[in-house]
Ligand binder design. Structure first.
Ligand code: 3PG
Length: 213
């Protein structure tokens, strides 16, 4: 299955900010048990690469990617740790090229027609629309599609997406999945409350089932 299909099947991708590597495995298990098996571990913390490696080793049901890739070094670290896809908040042609060389499926971020155009020229088939709500939400994506639909581009909106608006996003056929941090709240992770995280994952996963049928 190609990565776009894998992301599409999941519908909601938890965007993970992890401070302690030791939380990686119980967190991934909670998310998988809740029904979300595609995870994005962001390189916003030094624990990211170690967390990805631990999840790959201990939670084989999880499909783990790396998020917030802002440099070639982070991309290489993500690949080395075992990430199977990469995501970035912005479009950087140097990183896109490196991902291509590393055979790592990569989804750069865009928020304007010009950035989308550049991402398509660089060979990207799917882009992160970020920060989704602040950059115009579903309305902006629909407007972009007016000009770009024929390219076949697919979107993964993140930033301000949550239970209150996920249905609106996932009802657009070109939106493969959404990403969000709401499934892994900072306080729940700090408290080791994996039960709550599992419940949030189950709630999101149920909603995806209802929306997509
Ligand atoms: C991301 O990088 O995907 C966003 O920071 C997620 O945004 P959220 O915190 O609003 O879900």
């Amino acid at each position: 299955m190609n990565i776009i299909d894998v992301l599409g099947k999941a519908g909601v991708i938890p965007v993970i900010v992890i401070e302690n590597e030791k939380d990686a495995v119980p967190l991934a298990r909670a998310l998988v048990n809740g029904g979300l098996n595609v995870l994005e571990v962001t390189f916003r913390t030094p624990a990211a690469a170690g967390a990805i490696a631990q999840i790959r080793k201990e939670v084989p049901q999880a499909i783990v990617g790396a998020g917030t890739i802002l440099s070639v070094e982070q991309l290489r670290a993500a690949k080395k740790a075992g990430a199977v896809f990469g995501v970035a908040p912005g479009f950087d042609p140097v990183i896109v090229e490196e991902a291509k060389n590393a055979l790592l499926p990569f989804c750069p971020g865009i928020a304007t027609a010009s950035e989308l155009s550049q991402a398509l020229s660089a060979g990207c088939q799917m882009v992160k629309f970020f920060p989704a709500e602040a950059a115009g939400g579903v309305k902006m994506i629909k407007n972009l599609l007016g000009a770009f639909r024929f390219t076949g581009v697919k979107f993964m909106p993140t930033g301000g997406v949550n239970l209150s608006n996920v249905k609106e996003y996932l009802s657009v056929p070109e939106i493969v999945c959404v990403g969000g941090t709401w499934i892994v709240p900072k306080d729940a992770l700090e408290a080791g409350d994996f039960g709550r995280i599992e419940e949030l994952a189950a709630e999101a996963s149920k909603l995806v089932g209802e929306i997509r049928g």
